[in-house]
Ligand binder design. Structure first.
Ligand SMILES: Nc1nc2c(ncn2[C@@H]2O[C@H](COP(=O)(O)OP(=O)(O)O)[C@@H](O)[C@H]2O)c(=O)[nH]1
Ligand SMILES: [Mg+2]
Length: 489
């Protein structure tokens, strides 16, 4: 690939900033923690619970500096980046604790600075600044586009859309595609229709019943302020295996817009956000994939490999010959583990470990330490054993959100119930291969599906002490220990 002028300019900018960041860090050590995951994976809840726990005295026995009392206090301070929205911590806490509702969905990047006063093991007093950056995983999955031509992307996207269950969802788009002549004259109306139908197809894949993960370009489902712009008005075309786009053709128009998408969306994200992270947690909603079925799990696996690729791309890209992304720890976290009985938490972790295994196998060159955890940032359930005949089922107790349905019953949002969500297999391989395929909503009616995870309301908390109630969680402290424990020695 030829070195483009824009790459060289980027490189110079990145280097200048790396030096500045380095200077700041010398006097005041700062860790930039990226929190990502696809939409609804649990990013907002995770960050809210993390800050609440650190600043208000959570229960974190496995987070060593906290458990041993070396953390004196943690407080919020104004964030360093003036152009990034502030993470609305106070609003989210109010919603979670007072209204017992989950925070509203967010679709943009946001950031918050937490300053931690602590005592080193040696006894000296120190301060660690933690900048937490919440950004959509959909943006991360765009990074591989930097290394792909329009033709390559088009070919791959089309091939993927011809597999089950995607192909059924792609029918209207495929029908339109068949009417297009890539080498014919450029045509705005054709591009608009193609982009709209392609986006509809991506949205259908994302639907709860299918829960697909791998859906670039990310901004098609989250356009933000770019809605309707040419940089978002392109789609794959059925192209010949080789050759170049004739001048003035629909094909050439798509190429131009695809490149614009990279310039306006992908490169700025890489430069302004991704390349500055030190640590990364990737939240994964594995339970939605179990709800949906085998294909969703396979798709999730591909998306995780794609995500790990991004960290590798970060290292090898032209942009980084002088400036190297410095992420040295990546944690993959299966969120919302409180939907399962604790006897399944280790199994959930094993499933996630299996799902990232292939990608991790050739990830030494990410230069990062990688770990996996099953956690619940906010635990909305308790546990119970329910007898069904002779059988004793490990069940969970919680208040299903208003409107949730199980066994024909619609819940009102006030009644607590015990449910048996389904057991995860001891051997995670069973979920991925073999004839013991599990059934999900993509292929079976809700009452025939093997797993059914209800949405529960946030827990009712008891008020204790001057700091207000602590939020219950599962293994949040283990995640913290991996992500920042070593920085607090
Ligand atoms: N039970 C439970 N549900 C959670 C937890 N974290 C997230 N959720 C659910 O997942 C939804 C999406 O979470 P959110 O943090 O907004 O996801 P984001 O889009 O990644 O920021 C929430 O509205 C909750 O319904 C958790 O720790 N426990
Ligand atoms: Mg969010």
């Amino acid at each position: 690939m030829a070195l483009r002028f824009s790459d060289i300019v980027e490189e110079a900018r990145l280097t200048a900033r790396a030096l500045r960041d380095y200077g700041d860090a010398f006097f005041n050590p700062t860790v930039r923690l990226g929190v990502t995951g696809l939409s609804r994976a649990g990013k907002t809840v995770f960050i809210t619970a993390l800050i609440h726990g650190l600043s208000r005295g959570g229960r974190f026995p496995v987070f060593e500096p906290f458990a041993t009392g070396r953390i004196a206090r943690a407080r919020l301070e104004p964030q360093p980046d003036d152009a990034v929205p502030r993470f609305n911590y106070e609003g989210h806490v109010r919603t979670l604790i007072e209204a017992r509702r989950w925070p509203d969905s967010t679709v943009d990047i946001s950031e918050l600075r937490l300053v931690i006063d602590y005592q080193r093991r040696s006894g000296a007093d120190r301060t660690l600044t933690l900048d937490i950056v919440d950004y959509p995983g959909e943006w991360l999955l765009d990074l591989p586009l930097l290394h792909k031509s329009y033709e390559q992307w088009s070919h791959e996207s089309l091939a993927l859309s011809r597999e089950q269950p995607r192909s059924a969802l792609a029918t209207p788009w495929h029908a339109h595609l068949a009417t297009l002549n890539a080498s014919g004259r450029e045509d705005e109306q054709a591009a608009l229709a193609a982009a709209r139908l392609f986006t509809d197809y991506l949205r259908a894949c994302r639907d709860e019943r299918f829960a697909m993960s791998l859906l670039p370009p990310g901004r098609f489902l989250m356009p933000g302020n770019l809605v309707g712009s040419p940089a978002l008005t392109f789609a794959p075309l059925d192209l010949p295996d080789d050759g170049v786009a004739p001048e003035g053709s629909l094909w050439a128009m798509m190429v131009r817009r695809y490149e614009a998408y990279k310039d306006v969306v992908v490169r700025p994200f890489f430069r302004d956000h991704f390349s500055r992270l030190d640590r990364q947690i990737v939240l994964v909603d594995a339970l939605s994939a179990f709800n949906a079925g085998r294909e969703a799990l396979a798709d999730l696996e591909a998306a995780l490999a794609g995500i790990l690729d991004c960290f590798r791309i970060g290292r090898s890209t032209l942009l980084s010959t002088l400036f190297r992304p410095r992420i040295d720890r990546i944690l993959f976290a299966a969120a919302k583990a409180d939907h399962l009985h604790h006897s399944s938490h280790d199994r959930l972790e094993a499933v996630l470990r299996r799902a990232v295994a292939k990608a991790v196998a050739h990830a030494e060159d990410t230069g990062a330490q990688i770990d996996v955890v099953a956690l619940a940032a906010v635990r909305a359930t308790r546990e119970a054993t329910v007898a069904r005949g002779r059988e004793k089922l490990p069940s969970i107790l919680g208040t299903p959100a208003s409107g949730e349905i199980a066994n024909g019953e619609t819940f009102d949002g006030n009644t607590e119930v015990a449910t048996f969500p389904g057991d995860l297999p001891l051997d995670p391989e069973q979920l991925f291969t073999g004839d013991t395929a599990f059934r999900g909503l993509s292929s079976a009616a809700a009452d025939k599906a093997d797993f059914r995870f209800l949405r529960f309301r946030p827990p009712q908390l008891e008020n204790e002490g001057p700091d207000g109630p602590a939020l219950p969680h599962i293994r949040l402290d283990r995640a913290l220990q991996f992500l920042i424990g070593d920085k607090l020695q």
